[in-house]
Design a protein. Structure first.
Length: 285
């Protein structure tokens, strides 16, 4: 199929982009960056935006930089930017590892980090990363700029706190401690398919004990989130099989699993138990 007719706008500055978006937002105007999610659903006419605001020529939105505290990721930064570490920090290594699991190579060359978050697919690896690391979203419109915490940003399946006239201009990820451990694991039926469940974990070791544990789960619920029960099961314990099993069990019990024609709640709970445990095991590799 072919998309329904639309008008494409190509602003050159951020101010122009925000002005156009404010004018067309009420007509289901959409931002076009990578287009790897939007264009296919337009082709199937599941979405029929009358206007597309193409931000690929907007100067400054390709910014990818660290100030020593956070990594700032602009709205035009592609998934492929993370194929190699982008900073001298454990966060960079984490992002490179996660990026390898996103869809397929051609999609990574075009899709964008911020676009993935704005689309808010529960199975998105970047959405899981943002939720687990407590990212800050920078939303801009002609009305001003606001910061949105990750825990407040994701509101459900493909639903976010962004207003219709707001552009997700930047995402800020806090850098990790120099000695931070991390692990990531996702389950899908074929490589490149959407994850049916995924887990990202980070923690530090203090005198051989786990400290500042973060356990995030995606794909299993309507939105990715940190699982505090699993984090509590880890903090203060030695990173061993007993601790990892306890955290995995706590995560499995804490989720409110999605169900569909292929998977019931019990199956997804089992998946959560498996991906959390394996992510933790990978953190020790």
């Amino acid at each position: 199929m072919k998309p329904a007719p639309f008008v494409r706008h190509v602003p050159r500055t951020l101010q122009q982009a925000l002005a156009i978006l404010s004018q067309v937002a009420g007509q289901d105007g959409r931002i076009l960056a990578g287009g790897q999610s939007l264009v296919p659903i337009m082709a199937f006419r599941l979405a029929k935006p009358a206007h597309l605001v193409d931000i690929n020529e907007v100067a400054g939105l390709d910014r990818l930089a660290s100030d020593g505290k956070v990594l700032s990721i602009g709205a035009r930064v592609r998934h492929a930017a993370f194929h190699a570490p982008v900073a001298d920090n454990r966060l960079a290594a984490l992002l490179t590892y996660v990026a390898r699991h996103i869809a397929h190579y051609p999609i990574r060359m075009r899709g964008t980090f911020c676009g993935s978050l704005a689309h808010a697919d529960p199975a998105s690896e970047w959405c899981l990363t943002a939720a687990t690391l407590d990212a800050t979203m920078i939303a801009m419109s002609q009305r001003g700029t606001r910061e949105i915490a990750a825990k407040d940003f994701f509101e459900g399946i493909m639903a976010t706190a962004l207003a219709e006239d707001e552009l997700l201009a930047e995402v800020r990820l806090p850098l990790l401690a120099a000695d931070a451990k991390f692990g990531f694991y996702e389950f899908n039926r074929r490589a490149g398919d959407f994850a049916m469940a995924a887990a990202l974990v980070t923690y530090s070791l203090v005198n051989g004990k786990i400290s500042d544990a973060r356990v995030g789960v995606g794909g299993a619920e309507s939105a990715p989130r940190r699982i505090s029960e699993a984090e509590a099961a880890l903090n203060g314990r030695t990173p061993d099989d007993d601790a990892f099993r306890a955290a995995a069990e706590a995560a499995s019990e804490a989720v409110d699993p999605l169900e569909d024609h292929q998977t019931d709640a019990a199956y997804r709970r089992d998946l959560v138990r498996a991906v959390v445990r394996r992510a933790l095991e990978h953190s020790c590799a």
